[in-house]
Design a protein around this ligand. Structure first.
Ligand SMILES: Nc1ncnc2c1ncn2[C@@H]1O[C@H](COP(=O)(O)OP(=O)(O)OP(=O)(O)O)[C@@H](O)[C@H]1O
Length: 267
């Protein structure tokens, strides 16, 4: 009998209301971006978070990584409570061991930094100064994402979009996060390059047993990559479960609409 692993991340009843400063929000109503969002992701599991623009995907990612405060709810990673709004718990981003890969590899890499410095930045911020150790770790990360070690001495503009996304993944993984959040990480890439990056994420998941939250508006990509999925509409989970089951037999009209809108990736 296999014993189920403890979740790497558990979100409990997360809610977020943005309180604007403009007169539009004068009545204290604000914008409700998330309502009662709960899910779990286990080690080596890829959870897809799918929904149309404005459904709250990026807000959820920013809350998990700690760039945004939740208005209500809890986030627990393994034994550690990262967020408990009622108890006033808020673990700062640098202490969460959660890293993000962003949509646009062109703008998310500092063009004036060599790739080696881009990739090693997280370790240097954490206080690592040993140049030999940093170079070894960078070379290992570049190898992991399928780039040659010589890439370290070049600049981001010397690489293609897919290669830059590999650099972004190496940068995210160097601090050994327990969770990787990919926010529309393949949306800016051509379809064939998308497939290469999705396959790289599968390979990394298998090798590192890391948990991945994969945020996308594209249900075809979610179907190819993810074990589980939550479908967000207007900040609420309208459907969740095993990715194959949700996509082959969607029970909610919103999920059906997402499926009809996107060509399916065949493996
Ligand atoms: N800083 C903010 N202040 C006020 N409202 C915000 C803020 N950020 C997001 N929102 C609102 O919260 C809701 C969810 O936005 P969010 O960016 O999380 O959605 P999304 O699904 O990631 O959309 P997209 O794919 O377009 O980025 C939207 O109604 C948005 O207008």
């Amino acid at each position: 009998m296999t014993v189920p692993s403890a979740p790497v991340l558990r979100a409990e009843h997360i809610g977020k209301t943005y309180q604007g400063r403009s007169r539009l929000f004068a009545q204290g109503t604000g914008v409700t971006a998330l309502t009662d969002v709960s899910f779990e992701v286990g080690p080596g599991e890829i959870l897809g978070i799918v929904g149309e623009s404005g459904c709250g995907k990026s807000t959820l990612a920013r809350i998990i990584v700690g760039l945004e405060q939740a208005s209500v709810g809890r986030l627990v990673a393994g034994d550690a409570t990262l967020v408990d709004v009622a108890e006033g718990v808020f673990v700062p981003p640098a202490a969460r061991r959660i890293q993000m890969v962003f949509q646009d590899p062109y703008s998310s890499l500092n063009p004036r930094m060599k790739v080696g410095d881009v990739v090693s930045e997280g370790l240097r911020i954490a206080g690592e100064t040993n140049r030999g150790l940093l170079a070894d770790r960078v070379a290992g990360m570049l190898r992991l994402v399928g780039l040659p070690a010589e890439a370290a001495s070049r600049y981001p503009f010397q690489f293609s979009g897919g290669q830059r996304q590999r650099i972004g993944i190496a940068r995210a993984l160097i601090t050994e996060p327990r969770i990787l959040i990919a926010d529309e990480a393949v949306s800016a890439l051509d379809v064939s390059v998308q497939m290469q990056i999705l396959n790289l994420l599968l390979d990394i998941r298998d090798r590192l047993r890391i948990a991945v939250l994969f945020i996308s508006h594209d249900i075809g990509v979610i179907e190819y990559l993810c074990d589980k999925v939550i479908v967000l509409a207007q900040g609420k989970i309208v459907e969740s479960g095993a990715a194959g089951a949700v996509i082959s037999e969607p029970s909610h009209a919103y999920t059906k609409k997402l499926i009809e809108a996107v060509p399916r990736i065949q493996d």
